[in-house]
Design a protein around this ligand. Structure first.
Ligand SMILES: [Zn+2]
Length: 203
């Protein structure tokens, strides 16, 4: 019996494997995209490859809020009309996009880059909490809005931050309960998120 034939070449299977590592891309989608790229013209593939490389090379974290930025200070932190007395705390940079999209918030942000998860060994030192506390030292901030995800990790993180920040005499609020438990902020719809933001309550 001859050697079993493989359905794809090495190059195609490597591409499928790489695509399959991306969030939301299962094996079937990975296959579909790989064969699409195989048929696409080389110039288009080059622009895609270039865009993937540049996203790492051109971006850094804002030195103030740790949002993704192409400049040392991001466009939100450097925007004059923004209300500097409010900081909204989010887990990931993409959560800022979700909140900005509602057009209901005009304050600043702080990105934690994760959430507390004792089971995965993620503690306060693994999040960008120290940077947040440093920002509060100026005394300009009067309200902290906790906008972590509504899952177990998000709730633990909010609770921890509330205990840490409220003794500093700063009002700590959280998004209203309109968001169902288990919601990741980036996937919340505009209307629900707007309501949650407007109806925010003191912790
Ligand atoms: Zn910033």
């Amino acid at each position: 019996m001859s050697q079993q034939t493989t359905p794809t070449t090495d190059a195609v299977s490597v591409l499928i494997q790489e695509l399959n590592k991306l969030p939301g891309i299962g094996p079937k989608s990975a296959q579909r995209i790989a064969y699409y790229l195989l048929r696409a013209n080389e110039l288009e593939n080059q622009s895609l490859a270039e865009a993937i490389l540049q996203v790492k090379q051109k971006t850094r974290l804002c030195s103030i809020c740790l949002n993704v930025s192409e400049t040392d200070v991001c466009h939100i932190c450097s925007s004059e009309p923004r209300d500097r007395t409010k900081i909204c705390i989010v887990e990931q940079p993409q959560d800022i996009l979700a909140i900005e999209h509602t057009r209901k918030y005009n304050g600043l942000y702080h990105v934690l880059h994760g959430a507390l998860s004792p089971s995965e060994g993620i503690g306060p030192d693994d999040l960008r909490i120290k940077e947040l506390i440093d920002r509060l030292k100026s005394g300009e901030v009067t309200e902290i809005i906790l906008a972590t995800n509504t899952n177990l990790e998000g709730e633990q993180t909010s609770l921890y931050l509330h205990r840490l920040i409220s003794p500093l005499g700063i009002k700590v609020t959280r998004l209203a309960r309109g968001l169902p438990f288990g919601t990741e902020l980036e996937y919340a719809d505009d209307m629900t998120l707007s309501r949650a933001l407007e109806g925010r309550q003191e912790f």
